[in-house]
Write a protein that binds this ligand. Structure first.
Ligand code: PLP
Length: 475
């Protein structure tokens, strides 16, 4: 490589030693990944002191080594096999390698006329259509996460409601739209705030007894009351119990009621990968818009999700980005007329790579193995005196609490989970299920095995014993 003598000297030096810099990063990554079985999944990090911005840079190798020495050992091992908080996937080897390449290629995947990247994105969306049983009329694109995917779907639904009323909300602003759901994810409520619809525009419908799935009769009653076009959000995999609305029954209501059907299948959509679970996700193809995360069960690095819709023209209405230098949106296939972002990274490549590398069979295996591990943890918890299982384990999430009632307060659960985290073997997050404070284990990492569940269960029991001893010594 010829030196570029006009560059700042540190940059010029880094250009000359680029190979060494990348090797250094590779060594850091390898040393992190090699410890993935042993590093604590979660850790409590006190806030970091402010640091001064250097006047003169130290160069890439020195900056990498500084980070390695001071901070890298304090990261969470969230890509490891025993991080069970939220719904957290790791990164398959193929996805990780592709994600590195995305940065090296540094494409702006917004347009269509200077790179293959947008075409690869369309091809990847096509893979997902096949994986989830969606027909070819679905248009799709990558966004940063299921939150942005839900945001996009709700924006489309709202635009559609406007069209039913003969108003173009994208030009004139939106008013008085009802968003109806049984157990919407918190990101749906957040999206309503971001959309300017307001969190209070959410219309909650009763769920079935002891379930998080919507009561379809109650939904129909609500639709009668609303008596006009609205947006219904069906949930395909709730975060606490992986419950699924009866999507086919909901879609059937369209015969008598006018609504846009948005389906939040952030991780539950992956039920479609396994014949054992596919019946849960039956009806995804009936969506007007659909959310599926990639950084959860697909196990690609953050941040990636897909949004799908069969109403591409409505998406163009909402997201078109008119500027003379961008061409006529009506004729342009470019993503910046369809997605919340304008400039966007080549986010599809890790998904493309992992689907190519492991195929349908690989994802069926990951889903079934994760569900088996979750079901095993459910059995261990059911048979334990220390813990109470709060819902049958349907797929990959185990929702449970401490069995004695006075132990079950929000404060006690928090203290218990902090102690579990600090034990360093496993990581869970808290929740509330039907008014009861609880804990969740979501098993979504391609590496998790039954032996990890044994370790996790020991950590739970040891923590329980230690806390009891501490409590006893205080009395
Ligand atoms: C995780 C999740 C979301 C939000 O996803 P992000 O990727 O964190 O933005 C939305 N809906 C459901 C059902 C989820 O599980």
């Amino acid at each position: 490589m010829a030196s570029k003598s006009n560059l700042n000297t540190t940059l010029a030096n880094d250009l000359d030693t680029r190979q060494d810099i990348l090797n250094e990063a590779m060594a850091m990554a390898t040393s992190f990944l090699d410890k993935q079985d042993d590093l604590a999944p979660g850790r409590n990090i006190p806030s970091l002191d402010a640091a001064s911005l250097p006047d003169k840079g130290r160069g890439a190798i020195s900056a990498l080594r500084l980070f390695q020495k001071e901070y890298a050992h304090l990261l969470s091992n969230s890509a490891g096999p025993r991080y069970f908080g939220f719904v957290t996937g790791g990164s398959t080897p193929a996805a990780l390698a592709a994600d590195w390449l995305v940065s090296a290629y540094d494409q702006n995947a917004c347009g269509s006329n200077d790179s293959i990247a947008p075409q690869i994105e369309h091809q990847t969306i096509g893979f997902f259509r096949q994986l989830f049983g969606l027909d070819d009329s679905f248009f799709g694109s990558f966004v940063t996460g299921a939150t942005m995917s839900n945001f996009t779907g709700l924006a489309l639904g709202r635009q559609w409601v406007g069209e039913q009323r003969g108003v173009d909300f994208s030009q004139d602003g939106a008013r008085d739209v009802s968003y109806v759901s049984g157990t919407p994810h918190s990101s749906v409520i957040k999206s309503l705030s971001m959309l300017g619809a307001g969190r209070r525009s959410m219309v909650y419908v009763d769920t079935l007894p002891n379930r998080e799935a919507v009561d379809v009769n109650a939904l129909e009653k609500k639709l009668n009351e609303i008596n006009g076009p609205c947006v219904v959000i069906a949930n395909a995999g709730t975060v606490n119990t992986v419950d699924f609305d009866d999507i086919e029954a909901i879609a059937d209501l369209k015969k008598r009621h006018s609504f846009w059907l948005h389906i939040d299948a952030a991780f539950g959509g992956f039920a479609a990968c396994s014949p054992k679970f596919a019946h849960y996700a039956a009806g995804l193809n009936l969506a007007d818009s659909l959310t599926v995360d990639a950084h959860k069960w697909l196990n690609v690095p953050y941040d990636a999700a897909m949004q799908f819709t069969r109403h591409k023209h409505i998406q163009l209405k909402v997201f078109q980005n008119s500027a003379a230098y961008l061409g006529n949106p009506e004729e342009s296939p470019d993503f910046f007329h369809y997605t919340p972002e304008n400039s966007r990274r080549f986010r599809a490549l890790p998904s493309w790579m992992t689907l190519m590398a492991y195929g349908r069979e690989g994802y069926r295996d990951i889903v079934e193995r994760n569900c088996d591990a979750a079901s095993y943890l459910g059995e261990l918890i059911s048979s334990s005196d220390n813990f109470e299982l709060l819902a049958p384990v349907k797929m990959n999430v185990v929702c449970f609490t401490l069995s004695s009632h006075d132990e079950g307060s929000a404060q006690a659960i928090k203290a218990f989970l902090n102690a579990v985290r600090d034990d360093g073997r496993v990581f869970f997050t808290p929740t509330v299920l039907k008014g009861r404070t609880a804990m969740r284990a979501a098993v979504s990492n391609w590496q998790t095995e039954r032996s990890d569940i044994d370790i996790a269960f020991s950590a739970l029991n040891d923590t329980h014993k230690n806390l009891l001893n501490v409590a006893a010594s205080r009395v």
